[in-house]
Design a binder for this molecule. Structure first.
Ligand code: ZN
Length: 191
C-alpha cells in the first residue's frame, strides 16, 4: 500500500483531519489524528492488518499480543489473518499485565502489534512481558509509525506507513499568528 492511499483512507474516515487543533497535551498542530476512527470500519482494519502480517507470512506464530486499548482491534484482526490466537495486555496498578486468564507459554512464538507507535512505551512493556516468560518475539507490527524516524525496538519492526508528528507551542504556532482559532478535537464543533 502506498502512503498516499493510506492517508486517503485516514482522511476519508476522519481519522486524519487537517486544520488547526489544540491537542490534549496543550500543543497546537495542523493535524488531528485518531486511528480508532479508521479501525471502526472492519474492511479497513482488514486492509491495514493484511499489510502488517505479510511481513511475517513465513514465520511460525502461535500468538499475537497487543497493548490495550489501542492495539486490541489490530491484534484481533492480525490473529484472524494468521490463524492464531489473540490476547492483550493491560495496565494493572500501572504495570502491563496479562489478565482474564490470558497466558503465554515459554515455547511460543509471539507477534506484538499496535495501532500507532509514537514513543513505543506500551509496546516496550509488552515486549518485556513476553520475554519475561521466556517466549520468543517474532517481531513488532503497527499501522502508523509516528516516531519521526526513531528506531524504537531491537526486534524486527514493520509499519504500514510513517507519518511525522507536527506540533507547536501555542506561542510559536504559525496558525495562531494568522489569528486562526485552534479547535479542540473531540469537541462538538468539529465537522
Ligand atoms: Zn495555534
Amino acid at each position: 500500500m502506498t502512503k498516499d492511499k493510506a492517508l486517503e483512507i485516514f482522511e476519508s474516515t476522519g481519522a486524519l483531519l487537517n486544520g488547526h487543533f489544540e491537542l490534549s497535551s496543550g500543543l497546537h498542530s495542523p493535524q488531528y489524528f485518531q486511528c480508532a476512527r479508521v479501525l471502526q470500519y472492519p474492511k479497513y482494519a482488514e486492509l491495514f492488518c493484511k499489510e502488517i502480517v505479510k511481513n511475517v507470512k513465513d514465520e511460525r506464530i502461535d500468538c499475537v499480543i497487543s497493548p490495550a486499548i489501542g492495539g486490541v482491534i489490530v491484534g484481533q484482526e492480525c490473529a484472524r489473518l494468521l490463524g492464531c490466537r489473540a490476547i492483550y495486555a493491560e495496565r494493572e496498578s500501572g504495570v502491563m499485565t496479562l489478565r482474564r486468564g490470558f497466558d503465554i507459554k515459554h515455547d511460543e512464538r509471539v507477534f506484538v502489534v499496535e495501532d500507532v507507535v509514537t514513543t513505543g512505551g506500551s509496546v516496550k512493556e509488552v515486549l518485556q512481558l513476553v520475554k519475561g516468560v521466556g517466549a520468543e518475539v517474532v517481531g513488532v507490527g503497527y499501522i502508523v509509525d509516528r516516531s519521526n524516524g526513531k528506531r524504537l525496538f531491537e526486534e524486527p519492526s514493520y509499519a504500514v506507513f510513517q507519518m511525522d508528528v507536527v506540533t507547536y507551542k501555542p506561542e510559536k504556532c504559525p496558525f495562531c499568528k494568522e489569528n486562526a482559532r485552534a479547535v479542540k478535537p473531540g469537541s462538538r464543533n468539529i465537522n
